[in-house]
Ligand binder design. Structure first.
Ligand code: GDP
Ligand code: MG
Length: 438
């Protein structure tokens, strides 16, 4: 598979100390292939790779990563920032005002389906949408919109197939006002290819009705074509954003990168199936790893980063075995636990103790306090907690902005924890396997 091919190439790059121009060039050659195979447009790939080349060459290599992994890390991060650098939210006007959203796109892209999906989503948030049948060229289109409207319990306004779309849109706005709908969705007609009549019809609606947002619906499976579609629609209509449909298929979704790069407009949602509930938020990080097709390598990078932590943990368990676990270690542990997603979840993972543990019960707010207390201790105190007499504790309490009772409690819990760790050396081994404390 492609992913395997890539892994092999990057394996060859591994073990080097630093990113040379050649490393990057060789690595990016494969990234280029990966992007093209994911149907990212040729021009977008070219520009993107060029940008990365400059960025990656000579960049600092993290200790924990091989140069190869570093290249992928940079590519991945660049893709994420390209696709998600600005937050993409559809703005609905305050109550009492009507937001008009025009759906545009080629025939079969998923406009009619997505219109209902989006209306359902916004209705759940307390809006009162109405769907408008502006596709007058296929009688079945209005029927389809009505069926969809029924399914999500959103009314549909239509005037059959004998009126111009712009007239229908105008009338629909009046209808919305009279019936207190605050969002009007215009479901327009598409063509199989970009064509002048279609564009002019959309422009006419835009110029004559107060359209607030124009959402371009793009089929993710159309691959390279998506970029021309997006470019033209955006040039003529200045779209608000994009919804990418049919990502439930086996496409790698390169259209997302192309469309975003070419229009500069955000991807608002993604269609993940034919059901009207299958509309999801767009996650740039998931999209990036899907387009790259390097899930394996990305988790490898994650693992490399964790290995570094487990190196530290090994040293720690040696210290515990020798019973010289001190407050510095304790602090380091807390920080590591914090990185891993909070104390509560970690504690529940520990074998043998479960929820009700002999370990201090610490929530993430207390964590901040505990860290402050330890940080207020002197070096000597951290290494030898038996030094902590009342006057030292007082000083620490003042320094960390807590009362002395809290310092006392922490010291006591620390002693208990230390005792328990000595009693259960086996526990630490288990933890290591699970990657919790080790
Ligand atoms: P329109 O011509 O742009 O209005 O497209 P339609 O809404 O009629 O959709 C065309 C076809 O694509 C229909 O069969 C839809 O069920 C299907 N479709 C739309 N969105 C999705 C999606 O996210 N996933 C899948 N699998 N099918 C979709
Ligand atoms: Mg349609």
């Amino acid at each position: 598979s492609l992913s395997e091919k890539l892994q092999n190439v990057f394996k060859n790059l591994r073990g080097k100390g630093r990113l040379s121009e050649d490393d990057v060039r060789i690595g990016l050659k494969e990234v280029r292939l990966a992007l093209l195979e994911a149907d990212v447009s040729f021009k977008v790939v070219k520009d993107f790779i060029k940008g990365i080349q400059e960025k990656a060459t000579g960049s600092d290599v993290l200790n924990s990563l091989t140069p190869a992994q570093q290249v992928i890390k940079i590519v991945n991060e660049e893709m994420i920032s390209l696709m998600g650098s600005e937050t993409a939210e559809l703005k609905i006007k305050p109550s009492g005002e009507i937001t008009v959203i025009m759906m545009a796109g080629l025939q079969g892209a998923g406009k009619t389906t997505t219109t209902a999906k989006l209306a359902a989503k916004l209705k759940k948030k307390g809006n009162s949408p109405v769907l408008v049948g502006c596709d007058i060229y296929r009688p079945a289109a209005i029927e389809q919109l009505k069926r969809n409207g029924e399914k999500v319990d959103v009314p549909v306004f239509d005037m059959g197939t004998n009126r111009k779309p712009v007239e229908i849109a105008k009338k629909a706005l009046e209808y919305a006002k009279e019936n207190h709908h605050n969002i009007v969705f215009l479901d327009t007609a598409g063509r199989l290819h970009i064509d002048e009549d279609m564009m002019n019809e959309l422009i006419e609606i835009k110029d004559n009705v107060n359209v607030d947002d124009i959402i371009l619906v793009v089929d993710a499976m159309t691959g390279q074509d998506a970029v021309n579609v997006a470019e033209t629609f955006n040039e003529k209509l200045d779209i608000t954003g994009v919804i990418l449909t049919k990502l439930d298929g086996d496409t790698r979704g390169g259209a997302a990168l192309s469309v975003r790069a070419v229009t500069g407009k955000p991807i608002l949602y993604v269609g993940m199936g034919e059901k009207l509930s299958d509309l999801e938020q767009f996650y740039p990080d998931r999209m990036a790893s899907r387009i790259l097709g390097m899930g394996d390598i990305l988790s490898l990078i994650e693992k490399a980063e964790m290995d570094m932590d487990s190196e530290k943990a090994k040293k720690l368990s040696q210290k515990i075995a020798k019973a010289d676990f001190d407050f510095n270690d304790f602090l380091e542990q807390l920080e590591q636990l914090e990185k891993m997603g909070g104390m509560a979840s970690i504690l529940s993972m520990l074998p043998g103790i479960g929820g009700k543990s002999a370990l201090p019960q610490v929530d993430d707010g207390q964590m901040v306090k505990i860290k402050a207390i330890i940080q207020s201790m002197s070096k000597k105190e951290r290494l030898d907690p038996s030094l902590l007499n009342p006057s030292r504790k007082n000083r620490i309490a003042k320094g960390s902005g807590v009362n002395i009772g809290e310092v006392n409690r922490l010291v006591k819990q620390f002693e208990q924890m230390k005792k328990m760790m000595k009693q259960f050396p086996g526990m630490m081994k288990n933890n290591k396997k699970r990657g919790a404390l080790g």
